[in-house]
Write a protein that binds this ligand. Structure first.
Ligand code: SF4
Ligand code: SF4
Length: 379
């Protein structure tokens, strides 16, 4: 099919070769295409140039404090849930040079700033990750202060969502109403369909650019059969979430139980390592550091991810406000699930499950949130 025949929101069928063509079209248009790839025993996000770069036939098995790859009995390209990384690593990088300055005769001069970021095309964005990007947009673009670095990285993105065909053992997007199907915020959304003798994708455009690019690919109209097949895949994923979180009254319950004994219980297990904040796709806290070289001629200002689990993060004039692990864990959990609503009008959690999987001692946000306030019947 061509050009004007393709419409936003309509469903088409894209063959496997069409996905390769999509990668090539995006590269031709100047996008740096990033997607899932196998590295060091995990599925992470990296540059993709061909379908061979994708983790065909692999899935991930996840539980609290546990992540393991396993072979599937098919060649699905997107047959996993989510890995340790999120798209945050491209939009809000873990470390970033803000500027470098050189000593001059009468002070210092700022050297060239970093070149503009590439145009990113993200292939394989999960529904919970679209929700996380929307949350970071709200905080970093649409709040009282605009983060200009995030703005430049986010301004020219092409997002290809892939609806989940497999629920991870720690996923709870259904509870957070963010998945498993992409609802908005994508240019194209795919559902991977694998049947004996066929490997193809149901595809929908969400934007004009998505429809325009789709029109360059070898598509056909989807049949009712294909649509029913995709609907069944998403329904099966929704019915098999690894975790659930009852959000009814959750904000009020957490805010009313700031001295609950459960905070001490979790603090006795928590290592304050900050892993949960590093892997979380919505956590946005950073610190700015200045370093000079040994000669004192050059200084660099760097921004890096920080975490509310470190002592330094809440250090002000002589002491840390959150000196104990219990207060740091309470800050994190109540911010995510309660106070974020007051600040940004949304939850800070999209139910991706990463913090549960990558906590070295298996602390589970869904279990802790359910326990707070229930020990004294104050639910
Ligand atoms: S708090 Fe945990 S489950 Fe929620 S978005 Fe962050 S990493 Fe994912
Ligand atoms: S909850 Fe787990 S991942 Fe988070 S700081 Fe504590 S030990 Fe680390």
């Amino acid at each position: 099919m061509t050009g004007s025949e393709l419409s936003i929101g309509c469903k088409y069928l894209l063959p496997l070769a069409g996905l390769q063509a999509l990668i090539e079209v995006l590269a031709t248009r100047g996008y740096l295409v990033l997607g899932p790839a196998l590295r060091d025993g995990a599925i992470i996000y990296d540059e993709i140039t061909t379908l061979a770069d994708l983790p065909a036939g692999w899935t991930d098995q996840q539980d609290a404090g546990r992540y393991q790859l396993a072979r599937r009995d098919d060649n699905a390209l997107f047959g996993y849930a989510v890995g340790p990384q999120s798209w945050k690593k491209f939009l809000l990088p873990p470390t970033e040079t803000i500027f470098t300055a050189h000593r001059t005769a009468d002070g210092f001069a700022i050297a060239e700033r970093a070149p503009p970021p590439p145009k990113f095309a993200f292939l394989g964005v999960r529904a919970c990750e679209l929700a996380a990007i929307a949350i970071q947009d709200k905080v970093l673009l649409n709040g009282p202060y605009t983060d200009t670095s995030y703005q430049s990285r986010r301004s020219k993105n092409f997002l290809i969502a892939v609806n989940c065909g497999t629920a991870g053992g720690t996923c709870f997007c259904v509870s957070m109403q963010t998945g498993p199907a992409a609802q908005s915020g994508f240019d194209l959304a795919l559902t991977e369909l694998i049947t004996p003798g066929a490997h193809e994708f149901l595809v929908t455009a969400g934007t004009r650019e998505g429809a325009e690019i789709l029109a360059t690919l070898p598509t056909q109209p989807a049949t009712p059969n294909h649509i029913a097949q995709a609907d069944a895949i998403i329904a099966h994923t929704a019915a098999n979430m690894g975790r659930t979180l009852d959000t009814t009254g959750l904000k009020d319950r957490l805010q009313a139980n700031l001295t609950a004994p459960q905070w001490d219980d979790v603090a006795a297990r928590c290592l304050s390592c900050g892993n949960c904040t590093m892997v979380c796709p919505t956590c946005f806290c950073t610190s700015v550091e200045d370093h000079s070289d040994l000669s004192g001629q050059t200084a660099t200002r760097t921004r890096r991810w920080d975490s509310c689990f470190t002592l330094d993060f809440s250090y002000i004039h002589g002491g840390s406000v959150r000196a104990e692990p219990a207060s740091r864990y309470r800050q994190w959990l109540t911010h995510k699930l309660a106070n974020w609503w007051d600040q940004f009008g949304t939850s800070g959690c999209t139910g991706c499950g990463r913090c549960v999987t990558w906590c070295p001692v298996g602390i589970d946000i869904t279990a802790e949130a359910a326990a707070i306030g229930s020990e004294n019947g104050n639910t």
